[in-house]
Design a protein around this ligand. Sequence first.
Ligand code: ATP
Ligand code: MG
Length: 239
Amino acid sequence: MKNTPLLECKGISCSYGDMQVLYEVNLTVMEGEAVVVFGSNGSGKSTLMKVISGVLKPWGGTIRLSDRDITNLRPYERVKMGLSFASDMRNLFLSMSVEENLILGAYTKKEKVKEMLERVYHYFPELADMRKKLAGELSGGFQRMLSIGRALMSAPKLLMIDELSLGLSPKMAERLGSALLSINRETGTTMLLVEQEIYLAGELCSRGYVLDLGRVVAHGEVKKLLEEDVVRKVYMGGF
Ligand SMILES: Nc1ncnc2c1ncn2[C@@H]1O[C@H](COP(=O)(O)OP(=O)(O)OP(=O)(O)O)[C@@H](O)[C@H]1O
Ligand SMILES: [Mg+2]
């Protein structure tokens, strides 16, 4: 891990209509790091991911990627700059094949399609075996794998995943987690994840942020965070 920030969010505030959902959120992810965002339901995790990926516009604060202000860039411009987002909605084209879905993920890096396909098939050989199958024929777990593979196709510097393991079997969650760990270590891809499974998050991520009602209430080493009362209260319902 280098000692340079890749992503810097400063003072992010965001509302849906009259309802404020994020309050001056500060978050930094260093190059090569894997960072998790914790928080109970409705605490603003997905909203924060949407703001960083450019789907939602914050009314306050700035976002920098590789030391460039991207606050006003459109989502595809951010993808071009190396930011890729696998949202909790899988957003696959179900009547297209696995490989066609992957290729669409490389729309900003067409010259890299072959190289990135090889990389995705290397980490997810199951997708290579199913490359001609329709995305709609895959199980939920493999659809999740495909959505992550597609996010990797743009050769991101920063890979963001919302709710990595939600709805997956423990086996598939473990499978995706270990692939992501290898990708992080071997390719240096920086990661920002929302993950409710503490065990999985702790395996993958060294540092975390805890959101409560749209505010960062704690951040630091995941292992230490889990010992803090505020985190237990917010995240685990107080026991
Ligand atoms: N499109 C929307 N329009 C209006 N309010 C929304 C919208 N999306 C989310 N909200 C509200 O914003 C708040 C934060 O939602 P968000 O989805 O960011 O939370 P979350 O931490 O991702 O929750 P979860 O764990 O359930 O995924 C909630 O009160 C939610 O009801
Ligand atoms: Mg969410």
